[in-house]
Design a protein around this ligand. Structure first.
Ligand SMILES: Cc1ncc(C[n+]2csc(CCOP(=O)(O)OP(=O)(O)O)c2C)c(N)n1
Length: 598
């Protein structure tokens, strides 16, 4: 076995090419074994085994820096940089993160989680290194999916004009989570179809250099030919036009070619883009044939339930509504399956838009649709919506464009950790004038809220719901608030899925659940005022949340009773979502302690 517990980049550099090829096979087997147990991003990591081995053969971290875009493909990097023995605790509480984390290893040079940031981050690092007189290299590893996001272009635009030691590895596998979309994907395929660009260019260049200039006319013809060839070879490529040297397309599973190209890129000491082509899921047939499903897989011991998830309820309900209303359009930013829009995409392909990993574009695009009388529904994970704040304010709110947000993964998400929790959407939206926010506690409420958001509200109307499933009252009609009262003097105010936790404490206190959580209604304030003690619980960031706002309204209105707010604070690392709730005192045990003063 070449893959042993002492594996390191130094060790890899000492291996022959043949041994490194064998090591790649062993790494793949190890990935399949561990990730099918722990859960995680299997297909993307299988696709980048050779790339990561080649990177660590050519570059030396932490002096050279590698920035992995999203970072979901950094597992082999983790294995090579001292974390092989911790892989059995990948994405577990007190284990290691599924993304790069600078506080986990000096070899992780930048945080991962959200897409499209690697080139900007790498350029910042490279400029700082230059200022420090440091001659080492910075590498950004970015997928073609991540390249559908605007920040990647902003990064390229700024990097191309510099003389930084910056290498961008663009990994084209034709997949985002689903099939990649957009004109840039087609453009990459086009470059690739001009096969062996890199090799051709090298051989042509040497031919050009050898071309003798004999006599005036022959000399002229030769010059002309050179110009023509240069026009084809150098100017035909967007990256070169933008100031990068381009190497590619390279077979990303050919260790020799990869190592050679990365070495050339390193030696260039200027912005250079290495375009590689890989197979997502490589070497594991189930993941190769269905890389979408194997993009992220659950832990082996995760209990399987038949409960219908919030996501599923959302996707199905939207189809029901769209069947009777041709103005409804659905938009996703590369998360068709994650947000339950696969049904809509199939049934209404002309009204379905996958815009790539482009949340900012998605919101403004929705505003455009709305300006023409359509009802756009943008289904998006809470944490990725964070990117679209200005688009919500400027493009939607000021002119009251009616766009509906289906905000999935609101609250704690579990194993993906800090970067993926939906902790800020409530704060973000509740400071925008005229926005409406619903937070259903179960699937039935979700359907009711979606109908209201589509047909009764104006401006931005958001329905936020968590990962997973919950169903506890399928018969109750819709109501903005639900007051479970038996005349107690204590009140719990809460909303969303943790209402189910609060309802376990009915013998100690009354419960007030908000379904429409913003704007905060006069009715909520009136009910609260009747209680001597109010305990508020919120599965969102405490600062600027609904509870803080409600508390301020009560206090400004002269409320003199006891008032506490318990909500999420800080950043919560990877663990099971139930544990994350418990750690923040948002399960029934934690609530009981606060309410009873234990
Ligand atoms: C801003 C943002 N939106 C959405 C996601 C969810 N997401 C994670 S990986 C991924 C696909 C990335 O595709 P690509 O960069 O090509 O990498 P691959 O998995 O194909 O190797 C998506 C959409 C994210 N991480 N960040």
């Amino acid at each position: 076995m070449l893959l042993n517990k002492n594996i390191s980049a130094e060790y890899i550099k000492s291996l022959s090419l043949e041994e490194r090829r064998r090591l790649c096979k062993e790494l793949r087997a190890f990935l399949v074994r561990t990730v099918t147990e722990t859960g995680g991003h299997l297909a993307s990591n299988l696709g980048t085994v050779e790339l990561t081995v080649a990177l660590h053969s050519v570059f030396t971290t932490p002096e050279d820096k590698i920035v992995f875009d999203v970072g979901h493909q950094s597992y082999v990097h983790k294995i090579i940089t001292g974390r092989a023995q911790k892989m059995n605790m990948l994405r577990c509480e007190n284990g290691i993160s599924g993304f790069p984390r600078c506080d986990e290893s000096v070899h992780d040079s930048f945080i991962g989680g959200h897409s499209g940031i690697s080139i900007s981050a790498a350029l910042g690092i490279a400029e700082a290194m230059k200022l420090n007189g440091d001659d080492h290299s910075v590498v950004a590893v970015i997928g073609d999916g991540a390249f559908t996001g605007g920040e990647a272009y902003e990064g390229i635009n700024n990097a191309g004009k510099t003389d930084c030691n910056l290498v961008v590895v663009l990994n084209e596998n034709e997949m985002s989570i689903s099939k990649n979309t957009g004109a840039f994907a087609l453009y990459l395929a086009q470059i690739r179809s001009s096969q062996k660009y890199y090799r051709t260019k090298k051989s042509v260049e040497s031919i050009l250099q050898k071309t003798p200039v004999v006599g005036k006319s022959i000399g002229k013809a030769a010059e002309k030919a050179k110009k023509m060839l240069r026009a084809v070879l150098y100017n035909g490529n967007l990256f070169e036009d933008l100031g990068f040297k381009y190497l590619g397309p390279i077979d990303g599973h050919n260790l020799e070619e990869l190592t050679e190209a990365l070495t050339v890129a390193k030696l260039m000491k200027r912005p250079c883009l290495v375009h590689i082509y890989t197979k997502k899921g490589k070497g594991y047939p189930p993941a190769e044939s269905n890389s979408g499903e194997y993009h992220g897989i659950p832990p082996k011991n995760q209990l399987c339930t038949n409960a219908v998830t919030f996501t599923e309820r959302f996707g199905r309900k939207l189809c029901d509504m769209a069947r009777n209303d041709e103005s409804i359009c659905a938009v996703t930013a590369a998360m068709k399956y994650g947000t339950g829009l696969q049904y809509f995409a199939k049934e209404f392909p002309t009204r379905f838009f996958d815009v790539g990993i482009a949340e900012q574009h998605a919101v403004t695009f929705c505003a455009g649709l709305a300006s023409m009388g359509k009802i756009p529904v943008f289904a998006v994970y809470s944490s990725f919506l964070q990117r679209s704040f200005d688009q919500l304010v400027h493009d939607c709110a000021i002119e009251r464009r009616h766009i509906v947000l289906g905000i999935d993964r609101a609250g704690f998400v579990g194993e993906d950790g800090e970067t993926h929790h939906g902790m800020f959407d409530v704060q973000m939206l509740s400071c925008i004038p005229n926005a409406t926010i619903y937070s259903p506690a179960d699937g039935t409420e979700l359907e009711q809220c979606l109908e209201k958001a589509v047909y009764e509200d104006k401006g931005i109307a958001a329905v936020r719901y968590p990962r997973g499933a919950q169903e506890y009252d399928t018969t109750a009609p819709y109501s903005d608030i639900k007051h479970f009262s038996s005349g107690k003097s204590r009140l719990i105010f809460t909303y969303g899925r943790i209402t189910a936790e609060a309802l376990k404490l009915k013998q100690f206190c009354d419960i007030l659940q908000a379904v429409k959580i913003f704007p905060i209604s006069a009715e909520i304030i009136d009910i609260c005022k009747k209680y001597d003690e109010i305990y508020m619980f919120e599965e969102a960031q405490k600062s600027g949340g609904i509870c803080e706002k409600l508390a301020a309204l009560l206090q400004n209105g002269g409320y003199k009773g006891k008032l506490t707010v318990t909500a999420a604070e800080g950043f919560m690392p990877q663990a099971k979502a139930e544990r994350q709730l418990a750690l923040q005192g948002l399960d029934s045990e934690g609530m009981k302690k606060v309410v009873l003063g234990e």
